[in-house]
Design a protein around this ligand. Structure first.
Ligand code: ADP
Length: 352
């Protein structure tokens, strides 16, 4: 696999905090070093991988590029990594970009015109693609043509310009925000799942080996427990825990050191961080357990509503701490128990 180093390719930078699995500049270098390159080293997502292997094999036999793919799910679950694995496994080059960086028609036209036959084009946050860029993409995805307008008024003509056959891989945290016509043009649409503790443990052991970090089996388990089902967080934590081990002990990450370091980072045994706990507590204490609307919640928490919806909520929903109802977010009896919330108002609304 060759990652294009075309400097003109627009690439977006995202802001982040310590547990937010969005990507930082530091992460980019760090992640490129530890990113799995093959299906064998890409841990978990078993169903998706076996389905992809069949699709790749079939495309090879038919001698056509792989169908366009859409991956969706919370940040840090391995969408970009999987796109790179696919490029590698199909011996293709890959261009990586992000929808907010494709502002003008000429951005998307430039990218499409520069593709090589069989190349993979990865567009992150594809739900944020603007309407004009989307419409340029439709014929490109369907028939590998660009419709270009020339002339003005009565002499306006549309030229169909052929482009090389390519595979578009879109990634999004919000599949529901994609327009119907764009979504329909993907041959394969798949959700990435949160990782089990066992899978995260494998991610951690693999990363520790690459970074020369000594970690015991129990140490890896302790980090996995608190990684919110997300490889990006697991990788970040293993590094932080290893720093702690180096400074406070003999450098070996065992269970005790891992737990101490993670306590120090304010991440509790279930993997919830300060923002997660704050979000649950605000619903419990300020809104009697909910329901409360997303915007109200965001204002009370001092967080961006998108970050709450796309980064924090998915894990809290999956683990059963909160529920989404038509009238807003509610906490669950499980959250009351786990966070030891003792408020009689809360209990009443929850069991209604
Ligand atoms: P996303 O694109 O979904 O935000 P990434 O693909 O950038 O997530 O993954 C974040 C990091 O997590 C990667 O650098 C990679 O090292 C690690 N990672 C993700 N998925 C896996 C996996 N299945 N196996 C091993 N490591 C993974």
């Amino acid at each position: 696999m060759i990652i294009s180093n075309d400097e003109k390719l627009p690439i977006i930078k995202k802001k982040t905090d310590k547990l937010n699995p969005s990507i930082t500049d530091f992460d980019k270098t760090f992640e490129n070093n530890i990113r799995p390159k093959t299906f064998d080293s890409y841990i978990g997502q078993t169903n998706l991988k076996s389905m992809l292997k069949i699709s790749i094999e079939a495309a090879k036999k038919r001698n056509v590029p792989l169908d366009h793919l859409l991956f969706y799910g919370p940040p840090g679950l391995g969408k970009t990594t999987l796109a790179c694995v696919i490029a590698n496994e199909t011996s293709s080059e890959i261009k990586i970009t992000s929808a907010p960086a494709i502002e003008r028609p000429r951005d998307i036209i430039g990218i499409l015109m520069s593709l090589k036959p069989g190349e993979v084009l990865f567009i992150d946050e594809i739900h944020r693609l603007n309407k004009v860029a989307e419409e340029i993409l439709y014929p490109a995805m369907e028939d590998f043509f660009l419709d270009m307008n020339t002339g003005k008024g009565q002499s306006l003509k549309t030229l169909r310009v052929p482009i090389p056959k390519f595979t578009l891989i879109g990634a999004t945290t919000k599949a529901g925000a994609l327009s119907g016509p764009l979504r329909d043009r993907f041959g394969i649409v798949h959700r990435l799942e949160f990782y089990s503790k066992e899978e995260l443990k494998q991610v951690i052991i693999r990363t520790a080996e690459i970074l020369n970090i000594s970690i015991t089996d129990k140490g890896a388990e302790a980090v996995a427990m608190r990684s919110r089902g997300t490889p990006r967080i697991a990788n970040r934590l293993v590094k932080r825990v290893s720093d702690y081990a180096l400074v406070k002990s003999n450098g070996v990450v065992d269970e005790q050191i891992a737990n101490k370091a993670l306590d120090n980072l304010n991440i509790d045994k279930t993997g919830l961080d300060g923002t997660d706990r704050g979000l649950i507590k605000i619903i419990a204490e300020k809104y009697q357990g909910g329901p409360v609307g997303l915007e109200t919640l965001a204002a009370a928490l001092g967080e961006d509503s998108k970050t709450i919806e796309e980064v924090y909520e998915p894990y809290l929903l999956q683990e059963g701490y909160i529920q989404r109802t038509p009238r807003g977010r509610k906490i669950t009896p499980y959250a009351v128990k786990m966070l030891n919330l003792n408020n009689s108002n809360v209990q009443q609304t929850l069991f209604e």
